[in-house]
Design a protein around this ligand. Structure first.
Ligand code: 3HC
Length: 311
């Protein structure tokens, strides 16, 4: 027997209406959203590092200005998403604590290094491309604050994706060495970007329920297929090769056949054993500690203002 509250919740979801912070929701729905949105926020914040790494070495003033804007966008996305998660009852401090103590997950993709400038192109094209594929359907997520945050985030991601494509295009029109650098970066980022969509559907414990709740609209494998379909014609324009010899369109199944993703590597990265996990967390922790005086000053100022208001 459903309670009146449960019935109303189910009805809102079924009718494609939004659940808002003050609405009743099942505990498990709240928990899933806190999990997904906080992981997403952490990913944006940690995601500033691989590219932040190149701001001082961007090859021109214009490239530097673009890259700085992009990294700032990611900070903005993180803050939006932390705010969306806060509407569900978790505090910013709790989330920050989970991140810097290494208990929180964040996207596997940000555990990989960025040794060359071409990585800025490959990240924009592949990583932000994957992010768009994953996040456009999230604009329709049943939880209002999350869906609305995704609209703005996706607009900015589209710009990020284009700037990455344009970096690679420029390199591909350059010297043999530059073309090789672009191809190497694509080789290194292609497989990790496919893994961003999460484990295969039959090993994705959260998908079925999240789809019933209309948080997720497509399964991990469906989105991965979509992404590859988007990449193939773009790779042709760029003149780069996607590093999967088994990749081809299958007329019969109406899907791309592809090689096997290295899931052992993926799960190792999730366990904290990726090439950059420790470094990324350490950098975040240091930044947090270095910012302590700002938080203290802001709190002292707020107290003073509050005291003044009372007086
Ligand atoms: N990296 C790290 N962990 C991952 C992962 C990945 N690529 N893919 C899946 N996982 C984790 C899940 O979080 C889950 O762990 P948990 O149960 O302990 O929380 C576990 O693996 C099982 O996966 P499921 O498929 O069951 O999990 P979900 O249903 O949550 O699906 C998801 C995973 C598709 C990543 C989904 O959470 C999602 O769509 N999240 C929102 C988007 C997001 O977080 N993107 C991160 C990249 S952000 C970005 O690219 C920003 C850009 O500016 C660079």
């Amino acid at each position: 027997e459903l309670s009146e509250e449960e019935r109303l919740f189910d009805e809102l979801v079924a009718n494609e209406q939004r659940i808002e912070p003050r609405d009743w929701m099942p505990d498990a729905y709240r928990k899933t959203l806190i999990r997904q949105i906080s992981q997403h926020a952490h990913s944006e914040i940690i995601g500033m590092q691989p590219e932040g790494n190149w701001i001082t070495r961007a090859p021109s003033l214009k490239r530097k200005a673009i890259l700085m804007a992009k990294v700032q966008d990611e900070a903005g996305h993180g803050l939006y998403l932390y705010s969306a998660a806060q509407t569900l009852g978790i505090t910013r401090d709790e989330m920050m604590e989970q991140l810097i103590t290494g208990r929180a997950k964040y996207s596997s993709i940000f555990h990989y290094p960025t040794p060359t400038w071409a990585d800025m192109g490959a990240i924009g094209w592949l990583v932000d491309g994957a992010a768009i594929c994953n996040q456009v359907p999230l604009c329709r997520a049943s939880y209002g604050p999350y869906g609305r945050a995704m609209v703005r985030v996706c607009k900015e991601e589209s710009f990020h994706q284009r700037q990455g494509f344009e970096i690679l295009l420029t390199l591909m029109q350059g010297t043999d060495e530059q073309r090789q650098m672009a191809q190497d970066a694509v080789n290194r980022w292609y497989w990790p970007s496919l893994a961003m969509f999460g484990p295969p559907d039959d090993q994705s414990p959260n998908s079925a329920q999240s789809m019933k709740w209309k948080i997720k609209r497509f399964s991990n494998d469906e989105l991965r297929q979509r992404f590859v379909g988007m990449l193939v014609p773009q790779a042709e324009i760029l003149g780069v090769t996607l590093p999967d010899p088994e990749l081809r369109w299958n007329e019969e199944t109406g899907r791309y056949d592809m090689g096997e993703i290295d899931w052992d590597e993926f799960f190792e990265v999730l366990r904290g054993n990726g090439p950059c996990n420790a470094e990324r967390l350490e950098r975040r922790r240091t930044a947090h500690e270095d910012g302590a005086w700002v938080r203290e000053a802001a709190a002292a100022y707020a107290d003073k203002q509050a005291a003044k208001a009372v007086a």
